[in-house]
Ligand binder design. Structure first.
Ligand SMILES: [Zn+2]
Length: 283
């Protein structure tokens, strides 16, 4: 029920981007306000709390996974949105496949019960695409560093429609026009792809994370004292991140820089994965 405290959801996707399904236990099924938006199918909307999850919630510039949760009796719940609530509890929002029956009092009989074993399955193609789009943002940071640009990443948007990274700082005049920089950054990303650099994950204390990161303590200032910090190295550049990542930079084939725009002291670099790159099988 709303306000009830559940254990923190175990995020199984953190250690394996390519884990697409697991079995776990329903902790709660919370009815949500009806969706009254245009195009809604008006099916009752619920938020599932599950002990463990493979669903990446929306956040950190990444969209949420979608997929389904299947109960012991084959009852299917379609997950269309995943968010983090209080106490790091993850809510899986969506609808049941079929209309629910009603009991004698006219109340709906919710098909899942607390304690029931369920199977969670995500849309694997969407997961792989979003891991590549997000990891491409990390690769762009490395390309910026390798070109010696004094830009500090502040914000990432890794959705399929016009992904970008925003940096604090301006482009130096002696580095040439934005067209030449677009080409130079794309070449640096190409270099990273050819180098086939493995992604590495570390979980460490806040103090140790601060000493590892070149940016110092300000990179982890927002973590609570005593928290474990997840550090990720993509293309050899370490930063704190809770997203989903490719195993190696070689999976970023097809990433291209599309646009660079500076406004005041913020430089926005947009990128995409080419159609050919999207269709390429991950080897
Ligand atoms: Zn990341």
């Amino acid at each position: 029920m709303p306000g009830t405290s559940y254990p923190t959801t175990q995020r199984r996707y953190l250690n394996d981007t390519y884990l697409y399904d697991i079995s776990s236990t329903i902790l709660a099924v919370e009815p949500m306000p009806p969706d009254t938006s245009a195009g809604s199918n008006k099916m009752p909307y619920f938020g599932l709390v599950i002990a463990e999850t493979v669903f990446h919630p929306q956040g950190g510039g990444q969209p949420s996974d979608v997929g389904r949760v299947v109960g012991e009796n084959g009852v299917t719940f379609f997950v269309d949105n995943v968010r983090v609530g209080e106490n790091a509890i993850i809510y899986h929002y969506g609808t049941f496949q079929h209309e629910m029956s009603e009991n004698e009092d006219g109340a709906r009989c919710i098909p899942f019960r607390s304690g029931e074993k369920v199977k969670l399955e995500i849309d694997a193609a969407r997961r792989r695409l979003h891991a590549r789009l997000h990891s491409a943002g990390h690769a762009l940071d490395v390309a910026v560093l390798r070109l010696g640009l004094e830009l500090r990443p502040t914000k990432g948007y890794h959705f399929e429609d016009h992904p970008f990274v925003e940096y604090l700082g301006r482009l130096p005049a002696d580095k040439g026009s934005s067209e030449r920089l677009i080409e130079a950054l794309t070449l640096k990303i190409q270099e990273l792809i050819e180098e086939d650099i493995a992604t590495e994950l570390y979980s460490t204390s806040k103090a140790e994370a601060a000493s590892i990161l070149s940016g110092g303590v300000k990179d982890v200032a927002h973590f609570p004292e005593g928290a474990q910090v997840r550090l990720v190295s993509v293309g050899g550049n370490i930063c704190p991140c809770g997203g989903t990542h490719v195993k190696s930079t070689k999976e970023l084939r097809g990433v291209e820089i599309t646009r660079i725009k500076t406004k005041k002291n913020v430089t926005k670099i947009s990128y995409r994965i080419s159609k050919e790159g999207k269709e390429r099988q991950i080897s």
